[in-house]
Ligand binder design. Structure first.
Ligand SMILES: Nc1ncnc2c1ncn2[C@@H]1O[C@H](COP(=O)(O)OP(=O)(O)OP(=O)(O)O)[C@@H](O)[C@H]1O
Ligand SMILES: Cc1cn([C@H]2C[C@H](O)[C@@H](COP(=O)(O)O)O2)c(=O)[nH]c1=O
Length: 207
């Protein structure tokens, strides 16, 4: 059986921590697991890190930051490659794919940037729908504490106001997309992992 699981949430919500633990859990059960992320490490992902996620002058073209529309298109282009070259072939080969962020990130963040939600949904219509999306929900104050210690942090994802809007957007998206399940990310790493495993067993294995 192939299965596609996505981790979503604001910056510092614990997505990569939980994605790794879930990958290990599946591997121990004998599954072939692909642990991946967006933005990817491909040329498109590198372009995003350079033009969108870098606080300095690199994201400045002709004296101004790139437009939010261009930003959304870059994330979508990166995703199109991700789906075509890794996600789709891996699922067809019966593997479990776990992605740290996917198109829900575009909906939550680029919508928070002022873009039209319906346009963003249309732009990402090519993206295969996952079987399960874990939304790690965390108050912004806590996420800011968790990511504060990082040495390289961009202006883009530092701003608490933006993260607050992004969190609200995620919660609204969870009402619209039935594959999204909210998990309380304020708990301990172990408790969150157990909650996620319970969801996987219930939603994917119908236990
Ligand atoms: N449940 C938890 N309780 C306390 N700290 C945690 C918890 N989960 C993760 N952390 C810590 O919080 C920080 C952010 O975690 P992590 O990198 O997994 O988040 P993330 O959502 O992937 O972040 P980003 O989106 O910014 O890449 C790390 O230092 C991690 O060790
Ligand atoms: C996929 C995707 C990501 N983003 C934003 C969200 C984060 O602030 C950064 C990625 O940082 P991470 O530490 O690697 O998680 O990019 C976005 O705005 N839109 C997207 O589609």
């Amino acid at each position: 059986m192939g299965a596609f699981i996505v981790m979503e949430g604001i910056d510092g919500a614990g997505k990569s921590t939980q994605a790794k633990l879930l990958a290990k859990w599946f591997e121990e059960k004998g599954y072939d697991v692909i642990l991946t992320k967006e933005p990817t490490d491909t040329a498109f992902g590198k372009l995003i890190r350079k033009l969108v996620l870098t606080g300095g002058r690199e994201g400045i073209i002709d004296g101004a930051r790139i437009s939010h529309e261009a930003e959304a298109l870059l994330f979508a282009a990166d995703r199109a490659e991700h789906v075509a070259k890794l996600i789709k072939p891996s699922l067809e080969a019966g593997k479990v794919v776990i992605s740290d962020r996917y198109f829900y990130s575009s909906l939550a963040y680029q919508w928070a940037r002022g873009l039209d939600l319906e346009w963003l949904i249309d732009l990402n219509r090519f993206a295969i729908r996952p079987d399960l999306v874990i939304l790690l929900d965390l108050p912004v104050k806590e996420s800011m504490k968790r990511i504060n210690g990082r040495s390289i942090k961009t202006e883009f994802d530092k701003i608490a106001e933006l993260q607050k809007k992004v969190r609200e957007n995620y919660l609204k998206l969870a009402e619209r997309f039935p594959e999204m399940r909210i998990v309380n990310a304020l708990a301990s790493v172990e408790d969150i992992h157990n909650d996620i495993v319970a969801l996987v067993e219930h939603e994917l294995f119908k236990k």
